[in-house]
Design a protein around this ligand. Structure first.
Ligand SMILES: [Zn+2]
Length: 356
């Protein structure tokens, strides 16, 4: 389901923020922040495309038109007045590998691991573009995602551009972690906050993406629809999510085989969170109550498991023996979920900081 009034497909919950930003925002730097999995990168791209759109027929708030010469260049990732700064490690998964990513190709072909940072060379390329004359006469647009991944040198170089705006370049910074940005960068951007989409809207959209029983996975992903698609791509459907607590409680590590470690840790942290909630008399949040293996969880054992999960989470993005970590996390989970309840203080739940 997309907004049918628009000439290009827009995630339904982004249509209104896009219209509003196009019609009202004149700042030369915008900061789009939202929980992960909501679509701030998509919105950033649409805004940039909308600013550059050359349509004479489509009103500002309904742009981009998707058919003008400028929109076609954006779609081909070859617009001379647009630059998208992404960490090398994210380009492929975001489908943004041509044109501006060519210089990274050499690196990919070599042995070097793709960078998870946005580096100063990339920011310098953006500054250079900002200083040139617009090729097509509608200014220049630069999208930075995720903005908090600019390394310190890159962030400082970018800050100088914000302090002394040049010419007709406009920037969109997309982030799920605004606190990870320099406060001086944050304060010089006009902030736009995106909320989680209403559950019904997100579920309806997921159905159009062939996700069956989307409510189950939507709960599992904290209401973040794009995260649901990431799970589905791993082969996780609603039935698999319902079976997940039981499989972990049985020590079945194959429940997580093939998952990237950060996603595996995240799912286990959610299970641990829900078991701890139930142990303290609260409702589970990510899993349906009836799918949890037992009600009489021991909070102490869950706390130990939470500690182990936190420890692995800290290193989840680093080279690590993922298989070994998975086995150890699932084994601890099995123990934690099967340890019978003993005397415990209800307030212990407050010391749990399970979510990243
Ligand atoms: Zn257009």
């Amino acid at each position: 389901m997309v907004d049918d009034a628009r000439p290009v497909p827009v995630l339904p919950w982004l249509a209104e923020p896009l219209r509003r930003a196009l019609e009202t925002q004149t700042a030369h730097a915008l900061l789009l922040h939202a929980p992960g999995g909501v679509g701030q990168f998509e919105l950033g791209l649409l805004l940039a495309q909308g600013w550059l759109c050359e349509s004479t027929a489509v009103p500002l708030g309904q742009r981009p038109c998707g058919t003008c010469a400028s929109c076609r260049l954006v779609a081909a990732h070859s617009h001379p007045d647009m630059l998208v700064l992404l960490p090398e490690a994210l380009r492929e998964s975001l489908g943004w590998t041509s044109a501006d990513a060519e210089e990274g190709g050499e690196e990919r072909a070599g042995k070097k691991k793709p960078s998870k940072d946005i580096r100063v060379e990339e920011v310098r390329a953006a500054i250079a573009l900002a200083l040139t004359t617009s090729s097509r006469g509608r200014g220049k647009a630069i999208v930075i995602h995720p903005a908090e991944r600019m390394n310190p040198i890159a962030a400082n170089a970018f800050l100088k551009t914000l302090e002394e705006p040049v010419g007709d370049a406009r920037f969109v910074l997309c982030t799920a972690a605004p606190d990870g940005l320099l406060p001086t960068i944050r304060s010089r951007c006009q902030a736009i906050a995106l909320e989680l989409p209403p559950a019904e809207l997100a579920a309806a959209w997921l159905r159009t993406q062939d996700v069956a029983e989307p409510e189950v996975l939507l709960a599992g992903c904290g209401g973040q629809p794009q995260d649901v698609l990431a799970l589905v791509q791993l082969g996780v459907d609603a039935a698999a999510w319902r079976a997940f607590p039981g499989r972990v409680a049985a020590g079945d590590v194959s429940a997580l085989r093939g998952w990237p470690l950060p996603l595996a840790v995240d799912a286990l942290q959610k299970l641990c969170h829900d078991a701890a909630s139930v142990a303290s008399g609260a409702a589970p949040r990510y899993f349906a109550a009836e799918t949890l293996p037992r009600r009489a969880f021991a909070l102490g054992a869950l706390l130990r498991w939470a500690g182990e999960l936190r420890r692995v989470a800290e290193f989840a993005e680093h080279p690590w023996n993922a298989e070994l970590s998975l086995e150890s996390m699932v084994e601890q989970g099995r123990e934690a979920l099967q340890t019978p309840r003993s005397t415990q203080r209800r307030s212990e739940i407050d010391s749990l900081h399970l979510r990243r």
